[in-house]
Design a protein around this ligand. Sequence first.
Ligand code: FAD
Ligand code: DLZ
Ligand code: SF4
Length: 525
Amino acid sequence: MTNPDPARRGATLRLVLGDQLSDGLAGLADLDAARDVVLMAEVREEATYVRHHKQKIALTFAAMRAHAARLEGRGVSVRYVRIDAPDNSHSIVGELARALEGGDFERVVLTECGEVRLAGALEAFAATAGVPVEVREDRRFICSHDRFRRWAANKRELRMEYFYREMRRETGLLMHGAEPEGGRWNYDTENRRKPAKGVRPPERLKTPPSAMTREAIADVERLFPAHFGTLEGFGWPVTVADAEAVLEDFLTRILPGFGDWQDAMAEGQPWMWHGLISTAINLGLLDPLDVCRRAEAVYAAGAAPLNAVEGFIRQILGWREFVRGVYWLKSPEYGRRNFLDADRALPWFFWSGETDMACVADVVATSRDNAYAHHIQRLMVTGNLAMMLGVHPDAVDDWYMTVYADAYEWVEMPNTRGMATFADGGIVGSKPYAASGAYINRMSDYCGACRYDVKGRSGDGACPFNRLYWGFLERNRGRLRDNIRLAMPYRTLDGFGEAKRAALLAEAEATRLALGATPLADNPE
Ligand code: FAD
Ligand code: DLZ
Ligand code: SF4
């Protein structure tokens, strides 16, 4: 079929995905608003390849609709396919094909996408599209693929800390010439305070859903009713203006406390002193380098201490860029890694929250109600538990991709398979972050109200994290004993003697089964 509008003949079709909602998107750089067409499509395939949290889908659709309206307001022609459009093919590639059929386009321009899965599908589409398909690098990151590959080349191991220093030097963020601000690169040791009794995190700015967002929420409730999570508390920023307001509020009121309490957790306090900006950055509503520069300016103005600003910038300039680099450097093989041969099912309470473990119940509740948990909850509660239970990495990935509004494989997978569960065997982290209940007790107020005794070492009443910890090390002795960073716990374990080690292993095995981490072979589905 030819394009019915002669003015658009020979035009370019430009795809904008749901997480490409940035003004400076590479694929729109040379947009000819009078001729080109921007394609945006809400499709079931993207909403269900993992059964995303309802808030994630509503957020994506609401932000896409708002972005399309913004582009149209600038005179851009947008072919916007809604989720309930009658002819929707329900895949991105299907919608590209439909748009090509219905118009006289001389080429297609894409901006590279964030997941291996979709990148493969788009590559296959390009091979058969019948018109040239140009895929442009996504420039919304501080470190390009090429730059990361050059940094990683010939390195025996990749460590975030050294990558981060390179990025500090290159961007000049928190630098005095060649020297880091304050004389140290990293103030991690000053990011570990537990809030004193009575210290409450500040109230947070929520974005009240607009009429357009409420419509997206209703669509999701209607079309994806069985997906995980609730929509009642939806308060995510969906436009650049919303996201700017959240960021500004964070920088002026919250950032000063970010450093001290970065690793702290408190029952019923989902936000603590965190930024709540990952959804906006990942969608493209905020630019990561701009966020870092504005945080630096707060420090320069004397309005936030160095441990807060350095800690915050490290998460974005360091961790976020590093995990993205690792994902693309190591994929697709990375997604098959299972260094600890984890072979258990994910216990049901990860979904239901029905567990007497107060820490886990709280993290599942916030994940369900807010599609959010902060970093240390993801790492040291659910991640640590999944690793010590030996849950298969595919099931762990599926859970994290499902429950969080900011989940995209490029950032989720290195955090789960790498940082949280050591399934990558040490690419992202140098050792597993396994910890007993003592860590959670030190960094939170969870244990006081918990049915389990955080000081107990064995028996039904003892904290399950304690009952799992030594058994985890014993079970993985062959894989982890030579890890230099685990030398101390293994020395302690060795000192227990053979009989006690066997008893610890037996107790951990019984705990795994009691908590529902059954062998996957027993759960063929
Ligand atoms: P803050 O604590 O305020 O941090 C500021 C920003 O730094 C974040 O918005 C984020 O952009 C960045 N950041 C912080 N830590 C990381 C990290 N480890 N990796 C990458 N970026 C980071 N983040 C996601 O965006 N998507 C995910 O799917 C995701 N999955 C995770 C899974 C696990 C097991 C773990 C341990 C972490 C995961 N993270 C993920 C990282 C981190 O938990 C979230 O980015 C953070 O909780 C988002 O909340 P915030 O904006 O309040 O972050
Ligand atoms: C996350 C998501 C969802 C839920 N829905 C859509 C959609 O309908 N259309 C779309 O273009 N993008 C969506 N996305 C974001 C994509 O899944 C994301 O672009 C890829 O996973 C690559 O990062
Ligand atoms: Fe979690 Fe154990 Fe503390 Fe209970 S006692 S809250 S299970 S760490």
